[in-house]
Design a protein. Structure first.
Length: 364
């Protein structure tokens, strides 16, 4: 008895189509035979959830109906395109985001200024674009490329650039000038640095902005560019607290080397673990939260004194001599506020993996 070729089951997936005509041809489950063709018109956005094996269309029709047949063909990339993502700035936050989307089956483009890093990304299954947002000639390539989601997570490389305004604001303007009109959503990773000193009070999305440092001023200016752009109704702004996770632990080196003078004994510290930051971007992308601004922080702002002492305890350094603390009055530690994530959690349903810094630092 002749055995047919084994077929792997498909995983559960949610599929989306918007006003498109699906057309596909594929062979039946026989070793040889005619090619089948199917067309289906979606007059409105349709979401389908399918679980099946890749079998002939007549079998799928009998079991699930023709609409399901179209969805199964889609899963094999014979009809609808894979979700296309672009991550501009593939660093501490952008790279794990890109890898997460890639693991979910999305087509993920990433940007880098380095030819070598582009080769590394390609070897890892990502689709690299050699691009520098401060150089318009390299950004022009985006004009012919369509993406469902574009995330701008550009950091400041002080070894290459002198002006944070040129990178954050000038770079954003170049992206907006050359981004394809059919872009589905633009997510901008901003900063809670757009707020000033609140003397320890709670801050939410309605609080007045008053950045005191160049980075915060540049982030706020980039936000204003987005709100005035042709993509304003497709933009989501995420104001991130201090990112940490894995090997990146704020002020770890200062504490480990007993540089007590650099520490501030007063005020609150707002943090967000990189894993939760990635999920925040994913959830606002999946839910298509357009024309919204969200604060992204964990649920428990901590006193700086408490955080620094926790790190000192990990190094078995004993109590920190706070009388030696002489922080720079122009540093981040000179202001105090507590960032509220209430809007983000309530509107998106996001559940934080690390609701406080102790959870995030456990095992590091």
């Amino acid at each position: 008895m002749r055995r047919g070729r084994s077929k792997k089951p498909l995983a559960d997936k949610t599929l989306f189509a918007d006003r498109s005509i699906l057309t596909s041809k594929f062979r039946s489950n026989k070793t040889s035979g005619p090619r089948y063709s199917l067309s289906w018109e979606f007059n409105n956005t349709v979401a389908l959830k399918v679980r099946s094996s890749f079998v002939g269309p007549s079998i799928i029709d009998r079991k699930f109906g023709p609409l399901c047949t179209a969805a199964v063909l889609q899963l094999h990339q014979l009809t609808l395109k894979t979700v296309k993502r672009l991550v501009i700035g593939c660093g501490f936050l952008g790279l794990p985001l890109a890898k997460f989307w890639q693991s979910s089956g999305d087509s993920v483009h990433v940007t880098t200024r380095s030819e070598q890093r582009a080769a590394d990304f390609f070897a890892a299954g990502l689709l690299p674009l050699v691009l520098d947002t401060t150089k318009p000639t390299t950004v022009q390539q985006l004009e012919s490329m369509e993406f469902d989601t574009v995330v701008s997570a550009v950091g400041m490389d002080r070894s290459q650039y002198k002006s944070v305004h040129d990178v954050y604001v000038g770079g954003m303007q170049n992206v907006l000038n050359h981004l394809n009109e059919n872009t589905g959503q633009l997510v901008y990773v901003s900063s809670t640095g757009v707020y000033g000193d609140f003397d320890g009070a709670w801050v939410d999305e309605s609080s007045p902005t008053d950045p005191q440092r160049d980075g915060g001023k540049a982030c706020l200016a980039a936000e204003e560019l987005l709100k005035a752009s042709r993509f304003a109704d497709r933009t989501t702004i995420l104001r991130m607290a201090g990112l940490y996770g894995n090997e990146r632990i704020p002020t770890k080196s200062a504490v480990a080397s007993k540089q007590w003078s650099k520490l501030s004994a007063t005020g609150f510290l707002n943090l967000i673990h990189v894993d939760d930051a990635v999920q925040a971007i994913c959830v606002v992308s999946d839910r298509r939260n357009f024309a919204e601004t969200y604060l992204v922080a964990d649920s428990n702002p901590t006193l700086r004194r408490e955080y620094y002492q926790y790190l000192a305890d990990q190094f078995e350094l004993g109590p920190i001599p706070w009388s030696d603390a002489r922080p720079d009055p122009n540093s981040r530690g000179s202001s105090s506020k507590r960032i509220s994530n209430r809007k983000l959690l309530e509107q998106t349903g996001l559940v934080l993996k690390h609701p406080d810094f102790r959870s995030g630092l456990a095992g590091t």
